[in-house]
Design a protein around this ligand. Structure first.
Ligand code: AKB
Length: 320
């Protein structure tokens, strides 16, 4: 039996991960931790316990851990890359201060802790193609700075205090459920909404801007499989490169056109997002994750596109 606290349970990843964890760990409690103004609704609220858990308040985290006898925390509170540039102080408070609170509670109460890192932990001096697991990490965004700090801090708590910290570097995540907010990779979600609604899409990145992306079901599986992995096989912990597909705007647009032939895209690059995207890898080498815990993606650009279009047509009530 596992008792799990998901912090940030109503966000882009948290809303789906909480439901997935509830379907995997049926005998335990999967607590949806939320903040004021982002209360859980519908299935997320009805299918299990929910608690007010603001990551900046260690007492609230500890109280939820005690109340539900939590043994594993998934820390999904984050300020994404573009918003992080508008609000760097808040990005640090949530990304590093919040993680520190989770690490301290985990140390005191013996919890395992999952905290995502990101392709944003790399920077312009990182090798851009087939980016290795262990390489230069000198990001130039506050988001990236918090992610590298988080990786180091999490490894420190593992080595120094034995806290079972584990993490993956998520690529841009694509889903039809909860939209992302304030990221650099968000265009790869927005493009599907426009295409399904029959609207022209204005792309905020230039053609030729390659980034790693992943369909949400693979990302959820990665988080859970890593937390279930045999610790004796893990040579790395914070954080593993994981990958499934790399594309630029023209490639995703061409793939959508295969299924929605009238779809049209124009380019209007946003300077901030373009600068961030240019500093991130084009593609990641995820061989360590494959070797150490058998990571393997299931979706590629084609299967993801078919599923996204089918699910969004249902969600938006649009006929094929
Ligand atoms: C962002 O674009 O900020 C995120 C990420 C890649 O971590 N989606």
């Amino acid at each position: 039996m596992k008792n799990i606290l998901v912090i940030g349970a109503t966000g882009q990843i948290g809303s789906e991960l909480t439901m997935k964890l509830r379907s995997v760990y049926k005998d335990g409690n999967v607590v949806a931790g939320y903040i004021r103004g982002a209360e859980p609704k519908g299935e997320l609220l009805e299918s299990g316990p929910a608690e007010l858990v603001d990551i900046t308040d260690p007492a609230q985290i500890a109280a939820a851990v005690d109340k539900y006898n939590v043994d594993t925390i998934y820390n999904l509170a984050a300020i994404l890359s573009a918003v992080g540039e508008a609000k760097p102080q808040l990005a640090w408070k949530i990304g590093v201060g919040g993680l520190y609170n989770c690490l301290e509670v985990s140390r005191e109460k013996g919890c395992a802790l999952f905290t995502p890192s990101s392709i944003g932990s790399f920077g312009p001096t990182t090798p851009h193609e087939n980016t290795p697991q262990d390489t230069i990490q000198r990001p130039e965004t506050m988001y990236g700075v918090t992610k590298v700090t988080g990786e180091l801090l999490s490894d420190y708590y593992y080595r120094r205090f034995g806290v079972d910290t584990r993490s993956v570097r998520f690529p841009g995540l694509i889903s039809y459920v909860t939209p992302p907010g304030g990221g650099t990779t968000d265009y790869a979600v927005d493009i599907y909404y426009s295409a399904v609604k029959g609207e022209e899409f204005e792309c905020p990145l230039c053609n030729g801007t390659y980034m790693d992306m992943m369909y949400m079901p693979d990302a959820l599986r990665a988080a859970i499989e890593l937390m279930e992995a045999d610790p004796s096989r893990l040579l790395h912990r914070n954080s593993f490169n994981i990958a499934s597909m790399s594309f630029d705007p023209a490639m995703i647009a061409a793939k959508i056109k295969q299924y929605i032939p009238d779809f049209k895209m124009t380019y209007k690059p946003d300077p901030l997002r373009q600068q961030i995207a240019d500093s991130w890898p084009d593609s990641l080498d995820d061989s360590c994750a494959r070797r150490e815990w058998d990571w393997k993606p299931e979706y590629d650009l084609d299967s993801m596109t078919r599923d996204m279009i089918e699910k969004l047509r249902i969600k938006l009530n649009v006929k094929a």
